[in-house]
Design a protein around this ligand. Structure first.
Ligand SMILES: [Zn+2]
Length: 212
């Protein structure tokens, strides 16, 4: 019997835990994970013409344009068409969705759903040591004494991009870009909504159930 080939996309906001779920699926089905961040870093590390182009854009602090990201991901997809893959954070807009659809067909799209309130709660309770960059969470991983780093006693800070107002703005953008993507895959019949506000283990179980 031929094994099924899984081509999976995970969608979810920051702090939804989709990266962790991607790792779990990757181990379970022996599939590579392609996230926009890691494929761009890999391309830069290659040091070829495309890699140099990407490095220049990133070093200027600019967003890598769709056509470049598409070009890089297309190579990954072509190389893994026969065994499958997991996509994390790509496609992130409808133009990328259409590009991908013309290259290959996904078998499963999982939205790891958490409410905006929960996302804000998870992110805004993070505290970072500005000296050694250790990250704490007030509830899940608090420092031994309040407000200071365990390692060096430095006063902990809230990172600028983790402030509540910034997180809320990012979530608004996320929803605007994501809703049409979810609709697209709903119409294709491959979309599954997973409750991301459960334990990591329960989220995994809910995802794995879909494959049975
Ligand atoms: Zn520290």
């Amino acid at each position: 019997m031929a094994n099924k080939i899984y081509k999976i996309l995970l969608i979810g906001p920051q702090a939804s835990g989709k990266g962790t779920q991607a790792e779990t699926l990757s181990r379970k089905y022996n599939l590579p994970v392609f996230s926009t961040g890691n494929i761009l870093r890999q391309q830069v590390a290659k040091g070829d013409d495309l890699g140099k182009q990407v490095a220049e854009i990133i070093n200027k602090g600019q967003l890598v344009p769709d056509d470049l990201v598409n070009k890089i991901i297309a190579e990954k997809i072509a190389a893994n068409r026969a065994q499958g893959y997991i996509l994390d954070g790509y496609p992130r807009n409808l133009s990328q969705v259409n590009f991908l659809a013309a290259k290959d067909k996904l078998t499963h799209v999982f939205e790891i759903y958490i409410s905006d309130k929960e996302a804000v709660r998870r992110i805004s309770e993070r505290r970072t040591c500005p000296k050694c960059q250790t990250v704490y969470h007030l509830k899940y991983n608090p420092p031994k004494s309040e407000g200071v780093c365990d390692k060096d006693g430095e006063a902990l800070i809230i990172r600028a991009d983790e402030r509540e107002e910034v997180v809320k703005t990012r979530l608004k953008n996320y929803h605007q870009l994501t809703e049409p993507i979810l609709e697209f895959y709903q119409e294709k019949g491959v979309y599954h909504k997973i409750n991301g506000e459960q334990s990591i283990l329960k989220v995994s179980e809910d995802i794995l159930k879909i494959f049975k």
